[in-house]
Each structure stands twice: as C-alpha cells, then as structure tokens.
Design a protein around this ligand. Structure first.
Ligand SMILES: Cc1cc2nc3c(=O)[nH]c(=O)nc-3n(C[C@H](O)[C@H](O)[C@H](O)COP(=O)(O)O)c2cc1C
Length: 359
C-alpha cells in the first residue's frame, strides 16, 4: 500500500490518509458566520478523498479577521453555523479541522474580490488593527501595540474559540502562526520590537504562541492540535527554519502534535521562488531536527509527487490547497495515479454513490 493512503493517528484520532486540504480563506462570510458556500466547498473535498479538511483561517475575535468577510468562531451563532459543515465533512469520512487565527497588523484588509488593496477604513466596516509593535506591514495602516492585558485577553480568546470549535464537532484545531499574521508577527524580530517579556529573545518572542498552545490544549484536551508555521520570512534579519524547529519542539512539549510547514507572508519585500514542492525542504529540515510529525505544502499537485515526498522522509503528511480547488476529487484521482483502488484500502475512499465511476 502507498504511504499516501496509509492512515495516521493524531492524539487518538485516526486520519484515513495523508493527503489533506490546507486552510483556504473564502472571504464569503457575513458577521463571521459560515454559510452554504462553506458547506459545499469543504464537504466536496471530503467526498473527493481528503484525509483531513482544514477550514479556513477563522478569527478568534472580530478584530482578528483578515477581511470583514472572514469566518469567525468568537460567538455562539458562528459555532452553531459550523456544526452542519463539520457534520458534512465527517459523514464523508474525513477529519474536520479548523484553523484558529488572528491577523494582527494584517487584519481589516479588503477581500481580494474587491480588487482593492490595503486597510479597510472604519467608514467602510474596517477597524483599528493591533500587533506586537506599532510597525505597519508595507502598504497597510499602522497597528497599535498590544498591552500586556490585551495579550492575556487574546490567550483567553483562543481558548474560548477552541471550546466552541470542539462544541461544533471539529476534531483537529490548527493554531495559525504563519503567513505574517499575529502569532508570526510575535515570532519574527522584523515585526516584534517589544522590550517586555514578549520581545527580544527567542523565548520571549515565542511566549505568546506557547501560552496559546497551552491554553488551547487545556481547553480542548481530546482533539488533535496542529500548528502552522512559516519556516522563514525570506528576508534579512527575519525568522528562519532553525528557530521554527526550536519553537515547534517547545510547542510539542506543551501539547501540540503536528506541524504544518509553510513560508513567508511577514514582509512584502520577501524573496521566495515558487515552483513544484518549493516548501518541502523546510518541512524536511524541521522533521530532521526531530520534531514531528510534519506536513509539507506548496505546489504539490499529483499523487506521485506526494508519495515521493513521503517516501523520501521529507514529511509525514502532504497538504494541498489550489489542487483541491482545481479538482475537488484530487484524493480519488491520486489513489488511481498510484495504481491503487478501494480494493487495497481498509475502507472505501470512493463514495458508494460514485462507485460506477471508480477506476
Ligand atoms: C484561496 C486561498 C486561500 C488561502 N487561505 C489560507 C488560510 O486561510 N490560511 C492559511 O494558512 N493559508 C491559506 N492559504 C495558503 C494555502 O493553505 C497553501 O498553503 C498555499 O496555497 C500553498 O499550497 P498550494 O500550492 O497547494 O495551493 C490560502 C491559499 C489560497 C489559494
């Protein structure tokens, strides 16, 4: 049997295979409440053979949304709206996951559908952003530096969001510490210029993330806890892979059990060359440091490519984003690409309704 279609166990939760759906913002919610778009969008990947489907960056506070159209999980109405979506994913055999997020200085931005860039003004439904320091992302309005008290409130907000996510039925929670959003802003010296216990040394820059991991673990003891990192800022003086591996290790000591390794997003002047599997070496480096299991993501588009990444020992799981958008049945297709079929699996991957189309 292929590695890609072998199950993986996380915190007692069995994920049927190692081809997962990466979180993808849909900019389609009102007041943070997900709707039938999110249901169809996410459930189709479960029908299409994904092992885990991770719902988009979902804000733990209203101010933590990237755009006003982001999903949230800071109130009960949002939790209740997630329930049927979670049920639809699980009914199709995939593990439902959600990315818990705060956008920090990259919050209150225009959704890409508007064609506008930069910060949404208060008059158009935007809000004052917050961050570790009052240092703006290029082209965005300056954030306000968080006070120690506001930081405590944020830890509580992540924990409350975790409780609601579990109530909604999610079985995996991914803390978003990547792509230049709030927790990444704390990790990177380029955006964190604090001189208190949250800035300066690596221990201090990692403090908020680690407090959140601990709080989420305590609030949600029975689900899988994932952390997404950008392994590098790809900019001088920024965050790098070695720091990622160290902090991932510290997060593991506090109950995180999976590390989803991406890159970039902190500064506009980053230098990243994309191409097939371009972030796999970062996942491999973190894994080689003895931290894991890890996920690789970024331009992984075929079953053979995904299998090769696992066979090389570069990652334990492959996540994909855009390939699932191109082909929501990427999982079923990849199974065939590897010369396998439902006959080789313990449980069928093809929905019984589609069996006549299976190869
Ligand atoms: C439409 C879209 C929305 C995305 N939203 C998120 C998000 O909410 N959280 C996140 O961590 N990454 C997000 N990403 C990044 C993806 O999770 C993924 O890491 C990236 O697209 C690279 O993988 P791919 O080449 O398979 O698409 C998004 C990507 C796309 C295309």
């Amino acid at each position: 049997m292929s590695l890609l279609f072998s199950p993986i166990d996380l915190h007692g939760i069995t994920v049927r295979n190692r081809l997962w759906v990466a979180p993808m913002c849909q900019y389609s919610a009102e007041e943070g409440v997900p709707n039938t778009w999110h249901l169809v969008h996410l459930a189709q990947f479960a029908s299409g053979g994904a092992g885990m489907v991770i719902a988009e960056a979902t804000a733990v506070t209203a101010e933590g949304r990237i755009s006003p159209e982001d999903t949230g999980i800071w109130n009960d109405a949002q939790r209740d709206a997630w329930r049927p979506i979670v049920d639809a994913i699980r009914a199709r055999g995939a593990v439902p996951g959600i990315q818990l997020a705060h956008a920090g200085r990259k919050a209150s931005t225009w959704s890409p559908f508007t064609g506008a860039r930069g910060t949404v003004p208060a008059s158009e439904g935007g809000w004052q952003t917050v961050a570790p320091s009052a240092v703006a992302y290029e082209g965005f309005d300056a954030p306000e530096a968080l006070t120690a008290e506001q930081i405590d409130e944020l830890v509580d907000a992540f924990a409350a969001a975790a409780v609601r996510a579990v109530d909604a039925g999610f079985e995996a929670l991914e803390v978003h510490a990547a792509h230049g959003y709030l927790l990444h802003q704390f990790l990177s010296p380029l955006s964190n210029q604090r001189d208190d216990e949250y800035g300066g040394s690596l221990e201090n820059r990692a403090r908020l993330l680690l407090r959140i991991v601990e709080a989420v673990r305590a609030a949600a003891p029975d689900v899988a806890l994932l952390v997404r990192f950008s392994a590098t800022d790809a900019a001088d003086g920024g965050w790098d892979v070695a720091q990622t591996a160290t902090v991932a290790g510290w997060a593991a000591e506090r109950g995180a059990e999976f590390f989803d390794i991406s890159s970039g997003g902190l500064v506009a002047h980053q230098h990243i060359t994309t191409g097939p599997g371009y972030q796999v070496p970062f996942a491999a480096e973190v894994r080689a440091a003895g931290v894991g299991p890890v996920g690789a993501v970024g331009e992984i588009t075929t079953g053979a490519q995904a299998e090769q990444i696992l066979a090389a020992g570069d990652a334990d799981v492959v996540l994909a984003g855009r390939e699932w958008l191109r082909d929501p049945h990427f999982g079923l297709r990849a199974l065939g690409e590897l010369g396998e079929s439902d006959r080789t699996l313990e449980r069928p991957l093809w929905p019984v309704q589609y069996a006549r189309a299976a190869r």
